[in-house]
Design a protein. Structure first.
Length: 258
């Protein structure tokens, strides 16, 4: 446990190889294969901040650098309680393990019914360009590997709550790989990642076998709900709680761009 915490503090990422016992892998893959047709696919051009460009800034500025994002996401309300992945997500023992590793007294399940537990489905040509996550950390588990491509790459701790570090982000987008780490994830691997502060991407999937990854989303405060416009874009719809947020407005706990 201490080694996990040390590595996460240094690198912003840990991968627990073969976290899932071999005998459970087939059932896990079966669950995501069964649910994958429920994925909503969206294609758009996005910058690392999931925002509009800024005409007052140079074209080379990261806010004006857009890449193709084509992704499929199965929303949480499509994942029933009988699945292993739902049982893992809600497990108090699993949550205590994660909170200990990330150095928090406790973590909380999302109040967002769509984004709390998600299956990311990438078919041939799908990719996720350089971006940040909206929450401080993310927990993922690969259940099905593509034939080629689909590599997870990241630049650890490239920004912080104190600053965006735009110059370094620009260098990464331009192809500087001096800070980049690349992971060869396998089915059953559990990844814990500080994606709010580490720029990251998934390279284009190659071949006719889909890449499936389960995303277990937790927050350090209770009641976390994703932005309504993000839900609409990623899942093709909003839940009633998002529609209420549009009326009430929402505030983030930091001043970062996304």
């Amino acid at each position: 446990m201490e080694e996990c915490r040390r590595q996460l503090a240094v690198d912003g990422c840990i991968v627990l190889k073969r976290f899932v016992p071999e005998e459970a892998l087939e059932r896990l893959e079966g669950e995501t294969v069964r649910l994958s047709p429920e994925a909503h696919y969206n294609q758009n051009e996005t910058n690392p901040y999931n925002s509009d460009g800024d005409a007052s800034l140079p074209p080379t500025h990261p806010k004006n650098r857009f890449g193709d994002r084509t992704n499929g996401f199965v929303a949480g309300d499509r994942i029933d309680d009988s699945t292993i992945i739902r049982q893992i997500y809600k497990s108090p023992e699993f949550q205590r393990f994660i909170s200990t590793v990330v150095g928090m007294d406790e973590i909380h399940e999302y109040a967002d019914p769509l984004a709390a537990l998600v299956i990311n489905v990438l078919r041939e040509g799908c990719q996720h360009p350089w971006h940040y996550d909206t929450n401080e950390f993310i927990v993922t588990m690969m259940t099905k590997q593509a034939k080629g491509g689909g590599r997870f790459e990241y630049s650890p701790g490239i920004r912080s709550p104190e600053g965006e570090n735009f110059d370094e982000v620009e260098r990464v987008i331009d192809g500087d790989r001096s800070t980049i780490k690349s992971l060869d994830l396998q089915p059953g691997d559990l990844q814990i990642f500080f994606g709010r502060y580490s720029l990251h991407r998934v390279t284009p999937v190659e071949g006719d076998r889909e890449r499936h990854t389960v995303i277990f989303a937790y927050a350090k405060e209770p009641g976390f709900i994703g932005r309504p416009e993000r839900a609409k874009r990623i899942f093709g719809r909003m839940a009633p709680i998002h529609e209420q947020l549009l009326k009430d407005g929402m505030q983030r706990s930091d001043n970062l761009q996304d």
